[in-house]
Design a binder for this molecule. Structure first.
Ligand code: UD1
Ligand code: MG
Length: 411
């Protein structure tokens, strides 16, 4: 088996997104698009990953500063996808293996599809294998041109498509595996003879075919994996598809999601078996929910929330950077921020932690078996010992606690 590397193209200016931010940093269900592509690459047994960056290079590198397996390659001027590949020449000129090429704006690619691509490439001993998709609406994508026998002849970009080719529904989602030497030889010969005056990687294919190399196009990409994100509308589409996948996986793992269309769950969230997510729940960031919990309707869980098992959160409850122990209840209209809450704590309707003093954010610690009456304001920093009882409507500070103790006990 030949050695394999990956090139991820992520330098584009993304004018269609109308954004100041590099396109590949825009998030899909809580993670930048590029993170998905890199993760899929990592599963493909690649020796190295070269990421071509240009527009917003500092921001992209900063965001992925912890990824030590990436070799960053700069494309100073964005002159097209073939030009972007050529920017890796000094690293890869003499590499004898195979090069997987993916785009940073294609976050929906599945590892299983790339495995099919690799298998077909190896079985067919081709110089290039690309995966294609059939779309009801192919607008915006490069069209796959085949001859009467079904052999690929090349790719025509949307902007350059004559009307008879516009109707072709087989498109290029930009997932390719190249013999590395063949790739670089052809990329050097690409000319910017097109509407956009760019050096298209897709033009390399017809050049490779013309030199007699075997190029194979396998229709292996499901339409939902083919979405390339070039606009805000496509970003929303990609979010929807990814959200569906996230929820599907959670359901398969034993989580009930009552109304998937009206629920949003971050890819980083972990949810335990037999937990029920009620409608209009929004879970954003690294959130952990135990087993047998009930969350929502209309709950908002933010980064750093951890719910142990058997916690019930009801309508308009917002939790941020807080842990709630087993058996906790916050059923109505609460805000719990930066708190560590023990087991079996009842947080009454409308109670909140006042965690920001105008200058800094402070923590609240609530012991086990506490009862927080309705409408209590817990002014942090604050520590409530086990079995504390806070009466409804009370504004509580640490000073009060030091003076009055734990309040009347439940039994
Ligand atoms: C590209 C393909 C098209 C395919 C589509 C799938 C080409 C010429 N066209 O079109 O056939 O159907 O993807 O989504 O390849 N980039 C660079 N440097 C550049 C230009 C682009 O790194 O100079 C990067 C972009 O950041 C992006 C990727 O390459 O991640 C693709 O570029 P983009 O402009 O989005 O190409 P599409 O028009 O989508
Ligand atoms: Mg694109």
């Amino acid at each position: 088996m030949a050695e394999r590397v990956a090139i991820v193209l992520a330098a584009g200016i993304s004018s269609r997104m109308n954004t100041q931010m590099p396109k590949v940093l825009h998030e899909v269900c809580g993670r930048p698009m590029l993170a998905y592509v890199l993760d899929t690459c990592r599963q493909m047994d690649v020796k190295k990953i070269y990421v071509v960056v240009g527009f917003g290079v500092e921001q992209v590198r900063e965001r992925f500063s912890e990824a030590s397996d990436i070799i960053w390659v700069q494309q100073k001027e964005q002159r097209g996808t073939a030009h972007a590949v050529l920017c890796c020449k000094e690293h890869l000129r003499d590499f004898e293996g195979e090069t997987l090429i993916l785009c940073g704006d294609g976050p929906l690619i599945r590892a299983s599809t790339l495995r099919t691509l690799i298998e077909k490439h190896e079985a067919g001993q081709s110089a290039v294998t690309l995966a294609t998709s059939i779309l009801d609406d192919p607008t915006g994508y490069g069209r796959i041109i085949r001859d009467a026998y079904g052999n690929i002849q090349g790719i025509v970009e949307d902007a350059d498509c004559p009307s008879e080719q516009r109707a072709i529904k087989e498109v290029n989602p930009s997932y390719y595996l190249f013999n590395n030497k063949v790739l670089f030889e052809a990329a050097e010969r690409v000319k910017p003879d097109n509407v956009k005056k760019e050096y298209y990687l897709t033009d390399a294919l017809s050049l490779i075919i013309a030199t007699g190399h075997k190029v194979v196009a396998v229709t292996a990409v499901r339409p939902e994996e083919a979405v390339g994100v070039n606009s805000r509308a496509e970003l929303t589409e990609a979010n929807k598809i990814m959200q569906h996948r996230i929820q599907r996986e959670l359901m398969d793992n034993g989580v009930t999601i009552v109304d998937p269309d009206n629920t949003w769950i971050d890819i980083r969230a972990q949810i335990g078996q037999d937990t029920v997510i009620e409608p209009f729940t929004y879970i954003h960031g690294e959130v952990k929910i135990g087993c047998g919990c009930r969350v929502g309707p209309f709950a908002y869980l933010r980064n750093g929330t951890a719910l142990e098992d058997d916690v019930v959160l009801g309508v308009f409850t917002e939790i941020k950077n807080s842990t709630l122990g087993r058996g906790g209840r916050a059923r109505h209209h609460s805000y719990i921020g930066d708190a560590t809450v023990g087991q079996n704590v009842n947080i009454g309707a409308g109670s909140i932690t006042a965690n920001f003093d105008g200058d800094k954010v402070n923590r609240t610690i609530i012991g086990n078996n506490c009862y927080i009456g309705s409408g209590a304001v817990l002014i942090s920093p604050l520590e409530l010992k086990d079995d504390s009882h806070i009466s409804a409507g009370t504004v509580v500070s640490q000073e009060d606690i030091n003076k009055f103790g734990r309040g009347p006990q439940k039994d």
